[in-house]
Write a protein that binds this ligand. Structure first.
Ligand code: AMP
Length: 290
């Protein structure tokens, strides 16, 4: 498959219209570009579930809080196109200008107000972030009209909130969840990993390692959530990271678990700063005695 590049919503509408009238199913894989194997794994997953794969690259200004890295975010369109082309599963790449997505600009745009989960976990430190995510997702869905929406588990809170958004607004699109792709030492792949110096990169696997320790303790039957999270925060500090949070939540809806919640229903999530990179990760919990 050779990847064609589309710049306008009109071009996307024409191409998806052709696909749909031929009876083909369409999967959307939205990204902010600087493609790595995590993104490409979503495209490969999409290709197993749909006839056509449409990837988007758009660095969405409205999901960056004031003072965040919108300006510095890596923009590598030529390399991304080459990577998508080489993957051989991306039929088209939509790389729009901001005016295609926000025709009235970003300052006075219609926005999506996400439910209260949006101000917890990553949302506590990133005010407005998930409203920006919701706003761009509905815009991309309305332009591309896919049957499937493929999202990574890496951004687990985003995944849960987008699923909630789609259910609440009655979108007729099915979400497909992609597994987290990791480097050999366990660090979750991320476009922001390129912000890390060599010394920081060597410390970065501590995030997954400390979340995994919490996850293992939960599988072993421990339920002292606050103490487990505090121990992980301390381990992150010892490793030279600046932890934002470590929390144990219900995997289904990211609500607070109770003392009797089954291990298999739990997930451990964390975020930590390392240099100028804010790293996030999450680890599901294996069932007790499993
Ligand atoms: P981003 O470009 O960071 O906005 O991510 C675009 C999509 O790729 C989102 O659905 C992410 O969850 C997903 N993604 C990012 N990193 C990974 C990874 N390491 N493994 C799997 N999916 C990922």
């Amino acid at each position: 498959v050779r990847t064609s590049i589309l710049r306008t919503g009109g071009e996307v509408g024409d191409l998806v219209g052709l696909w749909r009238s031929a009876g083909e199913s369409v999967a959307l894989v939205p990204t902010m570009g600087n493609l790595h194997d995590g993104h490409l794994s979503l495209a490969r997953l999409a290709a197993t579930q749909a006839d056509r794969v449409l990837m988007t690259i758009f660095v969405n200004r409205t999901q960056f809080a004031p003072g965040e890295d919108f300006g510095a975010y890596p923009r590598t369109l030529d390399a991304d196109l080459a990577a998508a082309d080489a993957a051989g599963v991306v039929d088209a790449m939509f790389a729009p200008d901001e005016r295609e997505i926000y025709p009235y600009g970003t300052d006075d745009a219609v926005t999506i107000g996400m439910p209260s989960l949006a101000s917890e976990l990553c949302g506590a430190a990133r005010p407005g972030h998930f409203n920006g995510v919701g706003s761009v997702i509905v815009r991309l869905l309305n332009i591309t009209t896919p049957h499937l929406l493929v999202l990574g588990r890496k951004d687990y809170q985003q995944l849960i909130l987008v699923e909630r958004l789609l259910a609440d607004l009655r979108y007729k699109v099915r979400v497909v969840r992609g597994e987290i792709r990791r480097e050999a030492d366990g660090l979750a792949m991320s476009s922001r990993n390129r912000y890390l110096s060599e010394a920081e990169r060597a410390r970065a696997p501590a995030l997954q390692a400390s979340l995994r320790q919490v996850s293992d303790a939960l599988t072993d039957g421990q339920r002292n959530y606050a103490a487990l999270a505090a121990r992980a925060v301390a381990a992150l500090k010892d490793a030279g990271l600046r932890p934002d949070y470590v929390e144990i939540r219900r995997a289904g809806d990211l609500g607070q678990p109770g003392p009797a919640t089954q291990a298999a229903e739990l997930i451990v999530l964390g975020a930590a700063w390392l240099g100028r990179a804010r790293l996030i990760d999450n680890v599901p919990v294996q069932p007790e005695g499993g």
